[in-house]
Design a binder for this molecule. Structure first.
Ligand SMILES: N[C@@H](CCC(=O)N[C@@H](CS)C(=O)NCC(=O)O)C(=O)O
Length: 215
């Protein structure tokens, strides 16, 4: 059954949704949808009434929400499992994914990355006051994730899990802004983890390319 992802090239959640099949070795198609476009396709709005990306179509089954998408990709296809078998490990991975979504996305991506890298790079107006809130808020979430990270090579254990898949694109974006690396450097476990994660072929293969010049 064909797999089609609907997402936006610069969207961090779309990157997460592409990282899961890259880790599993699952081929998929891509339909570009800009969630900020006024005239979003009606078919996408039926799938995603909140006007966001990504969404996934697998055969006749179409749905949205990144956590559901990555879990589905993991469970529907063979290859290395991205979910631990042990009860507490599964809870920890779910906890990390939820912390990243609930407390990480806004300061790391929508404040630091958007206003500190993305908007200036694309020649769009950045809001300095909004940007400033990000470096103030991000140590709290990075500290919480650093404390949750185990002693293995990845966020939980020695195998890549959905926790790594979910957090990697966000930390990648966060560290594109000039302020990001210094904040990350104060969280030793996370910094070492990201040093390993960034070398994975799946991360390099799915990494969005940004224009070098202002557009
Ligand atoms: N809860 C959603 C969040 C998806 C999300 O926020 N996507 C962003 C792009 S990274 C978006 O579509 N933003 C459009 C907007 O904020 O209007 C998920 O897990 O998929």
């Amino acid at each position: 059954m064909p797999v089609e992802l609907f997402g936006h090239r610069y969207s961090v959640y779309s990157w997460i949704a592409r990282l899961a099949p890259a880790e599993k070795g699952v081929a998929h198609g891509w339909t570009e949808i800009n969630p900020f476009d006024e005239d979003m396709p009606a078919a996408h709005l039926e799938v995603h009434p909140f006007r966001r990306v990504p969404a996934l179509k697998h055969g006749g089954f179409v749905f949205c929400e990144t956590d559901a998408i990555t879990r589905h990709i993991d469970e529907a296809f063979p290859g290395p499992s991205l979910q631990a078998n042990e009860l507490r490990a599964r809870a920890r991975v779910s906890q990390i994914v939820s912390v990243v979504d609930s407390y990480g996305y806004w300061p790391l991506v929508r404040q630091v990355f958007s206003h500190g890298f993305f908007r200036p790079r694309l020649g769009r107006p950045a809001d300095e006051a909004e940007f400033r809130k990000g470096p103030d808020a991000s140590p709290r979430v990075l500290g919480a994730l650093d404390a949750l990270a185990g002693d293995g090579s990845y966020l939980f254990g020695n195998e890549v899990s959905l926790a790594d898949v979910h957090f990697s694109p966000m930390i990648a974006y966060f560290t594109m802004a000039p302020e990001g690396p210094a904040v990350l450097a104060t969280h030793g476990k996370l910094q070492a983890w990201w040093g390993r994660m960034v070398q994975r072929p799946s991360v390099a293969a799915t990494r969005p390319e940004f224009p070098l010049e202002r557009t």
